[in-house]
Structures are given as structure tokens and as C-alpha cells.
Design a protein around this ligand. Structure first.
Ligand SMILES: Cc1cc2nc3c(=O)[nH]c(=O)nc-3n(C[C@H](O)[C@H](O)[C@H](O)COP(=O)(O)O)c2cc1C
Length: 215
């Protein structure tokens, strides 16, 4: 069996989406809470989510097409990203249903909301961590609207921390893979030390370029 080369522009949109989401994996899930201009609470998962900057803290979630989360974030300028741990998979999934804009997904999922400190949208009380964000910029690329937000407050359940650090096994975040498959990250943790140029150089005995990693 060899390699197949695929030109995504020749694929039906659904097929192209399959390859994108099956290969860009595992994706973290931003469970985005927002408020509509009339005060209706909205909650929906977005796996097009990542960190952008660590000084200041900036993250993004991306809406494919125009979802309520995007409309609310754009009009109100604020959102909260709740981290989805293993025990919250079922309510998270429920909030992905195509609810009309005037339905409150917190209520539908039977989730308690907790007030945020720095923004108006509440967070999911049961989520072990949340990032309270102010919209910085919205960038449209293709059918994606990337909502960039500066994190004004990091809320973390102290039970997930050990020695002042978040313990991944205690946070137990889930990841999304292709289709409806998820990974339970806490089940498969391993540590890997990143090599340093200074060490590699000594082993090989050559060259010199500066290198500083990000994510
Ligand atoms: C795990 C998961 C991840 C998702 N990721 C995204 C995403 O990154 N972008 C998106 O537009 N929709 C995503 N969806 C679909 C939305 O959650 C769904 O369309 C939802 O109804 C949007 O809600 P809203 O209109 O209240 O924003 C995802 C669904 C699931 C279950």
C-alpha cells in the first residue's frame, strides 16, 4: 500500500472536512459560554480552539459559519472558555445540538452557572477550569471566523492542582478526533523531556543556531 495524494479542492466539502478533522488531532475543546444582547445564556463546544499568545494570554475559538457563539461574542465582546473534563462529556455533547438562539443550553444540559469575575457571561460551575476572555479581534478565513480573546482571568479548581501546577491527570481534559471519536487524555499520559540545543550540540559536535519553542 502506498500513499494517496488528495487535492482537497477537488473533494466534496464534507469529504474535505473529514480529512481536516481526522488529521488535525487531538483537538482541545473550548466549551464557550456567551450571553446574547437580550441576556440569554449560550453554551457550545468548539474544537477549533488553541493558544495564541502567552504575554498577554490570548486564545481563539473558531466558528464554522455563523453560530450563536460567534454572534454573541461579536456583539457583546466577551466569552468564557470552559475546559471539558471526562465527567462533562455528556452535557458538553448535548450543548452541541442545533438549539435555536433563544434557548438556554445551560438549562437544557442541567448545568449550574457560576458568575464570572471579569466578564458578564457565566462559566460552567462544574468545569474544573475556565478562561474569562475579552474579544480582541475576529478574523474571517474561508468559512471560519476566528474569535481571538485576551484572557482576563483564569479560574481553576484547586483540586486539579499539585505544587502550584495544573496536574493533567486531575484536570482530565478530553480531546476530539475525527467524527464522533474522543480521546480521554488522562488515560494515556507520558512524559517527554524536550532536548536542548546545548546538549544536542555536544553530542554531535557541530553548528549553532538559536532556537526557542512556543507551544
Ligand atoms: C466536540 C465538538 C466540537 C465542535 N467544534 C466546533 C468548532 O470548532 N466550530 C464550530 O463552528 N462548531 C463546532 N462544533 C459544533 C457546534 O458545537 C454546534 O454547531 C453548536 O450547535 C453551535 O452552537 P451555537 O450556535 O450556540 O454557537 C463542535 C461540536 C462538538 C460536539
Amino acid at each position: 500500500m502506498g500513499f494517496k495524494e488528495i487535492d482537497p479542492s477537488q473533494l466534496p466539502a464534507k469529504e474535505a472536512y473529514h480529512f481536516l478533522t481526522a488529521l488535525v488531532v487531538p483537538r482541545p475543546i473550548a466549551w464557550v459560554s456567551t450571553l446574547s444582547p437580550t441576556g440569554i445564556r449560550n453554551l457550545a463546544p468548539h474544537s477549533y480552539f488553541n493558544a495564541i499568545s502567552s504575554d498577554p494570554l490570548i486564545v481563539h475559538f473558531t466558528s464554522t459559519g455563523t453560530k450563536d457563539s460567534l454572534v454573541n461574542a461579536r456583539s457583546m465582546g466577551e466569552f468564557v472558555i470552559n475546559i471539558v473534563s471526562r465527567d462533562l462529556v455528556e452535557p458538553m455533547n448535548l450543548t452541541a445540538a442545533n438549539f435555536p438562539p433563544d434557548e438556554d443550553e445551560f438549562s437544557w444540559a442541567g448545568l449550574d452557572a457560576a458568575p464570572s469575575k471579569t466578564v458578564k457571561p457565566p462559566r460552567v460551575a462544574a468545569a474544573k477550569a475556565a478562561l474569562e476572555c475579552r474579544v480582541e479581534q475576529i478574523l474571517q478565513l474561508g468559512n471560519g471566523s476566528m474569535v481571538f480573546g485576551q484572557v482576563l482571568s483564569v479560574v481553576i479548581d484547586e483540586s486539579t492542582m499539585r505544587d502550584g501546577r495544573v496536574d493533567p491527570a486531575l484536570l482530565s481534559p478530553i480531546g476530539r478526533l475525527g467524527g464522533s471519536t474522543y480521546s480521554d487524555t488522562a488515560q494515556s499520559l507520558f512524559d517527554l523531556k524536550r532536548p536542548r540545543w546545548e546538549e544536542l550540540k555536544l553530542q554531535r559536535g557541530s553548528g549553532s543556531t538559536e532556537h526557542e519553542g512556543g507551544g
